[in-house]
Design a protein around this ligand. Structure first.
Ligand SMILES: Nc1ncnc2c1ncn2[C@@H]1O[C@H](COP(=O)(O)OP(=O)(O)OP(=O)(O)O)[C@@H](O)[C@H]1O
Ligand SMILES: [Mg+2]
Length: 273
């Protein structure tokens, strides 16, 4: 883990609300969070807490209701859409619970896909694809199609594909959610190893405490805030605000419903007062 004073990514007062049956559902509330280059972070929290929402924002796949996200000090969401898409394609790799591999292509072709889309030469893409498959331990499986691979192997192909363009940030949303614990542990080990060998910053959402235990930095999404999984955990220091360092989880899963505010429109039915 390398650390400098300047965070790689900084969330400042980031909030996200969704409109839900005429009311705003506040999922993330004034989140301040700093990620340093090379961090390995596990994000945990009950279902519906906002983990995927947070990951989508980190991946610039969604925009916040308010607040900022800085990349090396630069406000990301103020950039033009095309610039943002460029940043996303170049700098961010995504791995999801379901791998989304193309079934009619081989492992190698799936991994090469970002290169081919990016108009890289076929030879170069192939050699980079092979190198990555070797890195995730699939040297002997390059010509297998997804249907000819185990669940864990498919997920390793997805990881290799996510790394194709050498992203600086790898975001994984429950990448092992549909794998048995042993296979899942293997995937986590690979992600940690990639972090150590390539320096890629890794943020993983996981439900599994035993997998999260292996990640050096563990935070919970709780009541729309980010708090340390273990109050006072020194590994989290400097990444979340000091006043939240000793916070403990509150009532899990209780999201805040905020009344919709509408100018002069009183059609929203209110209960008897
Ligand atoms: N587009 C949307 N519109 C309205 N509400 C949404 C939308 N996306 C998410 N939500 C709500 O926001 C809350 C947080 O969702 P999110 O997917 O981030 O949860 P999560 O922590 O990833 O849960 P899980 O562990 O089940 O994947 C949920 O209550 C969800 O219903
Ligand atoms: Mg989720």
């Amino acid at each position: 883990m390398t650390e400098s004073n300047q965070p790689f990514i900084e969330l400042r007062g980031l909030s996200k609300e969704f409109m839900h049956r005429g009311k705003y559902l506040q999922v993330l509330r004034d989140v301040d969070f700093r990620i340093f280059a090379g961090d390995q972070i596990a994000i945990m929290g009950p279902s519906g807490a906002g983990k995927s929402t947070l990951l989508q924002l980190l991946g610039t796949l969604d925009t916040p209701t308010s607040g900022q996200m800085l990349w090396n000090g630069e406000d990301v969401f103020s950039r033009r859409k095309a610039v943002l898409a460029g940043l996303r394609n170049r700098e961010i790799g995504f791995v999801f619970q379901f791998h989304h591999l193309l079934p009619e292509f081989t492992a190698l072709e799936n991994v090469m896909m970002p290169g081919l889309i990016g108009r890289m030469g076929k030879r170069a893409a192939e050699s980079r694809g092979k190198e990555l498959l070797e890195m995730v331990g699939l040297k002997e499986r390059v010509h297998h199609q997804p249907g000819e691979l185990s669940g864990g192997e498919q997920q390793r192909v997805a990881i290799a594909r996510a790394l194709f363009r050498e992203p600086r940030l790898l975001l994984a949303d429950e990448p092992t959610g549909n794998l048995d614990l042993r296979t899942a542990a293997g995937i986590h080990a690979i992600l940690r190893e990639l972090n150590e060998t390539t320096g890629v910053t890794v943020v993983i959402v996981t439900h599994d405490p035993s997998l999260a235990e292996n990640m050096p930095i563990r935070v919970l999404v709780d009541q729309g805030r980010l708090i340390p999984q273990h109050p006072g955990d020194p590994n989290v220091a400097g990444r979340i605000p000091e006043e939240l360092m000793n916070a403990r989880p509150q009532d899990p899963g209780q999201l805040r419903l905020v009344e919709a505010v509408s100018d002069g429109d009183s059609t929203t039915t209110q209960g008897p007062s």
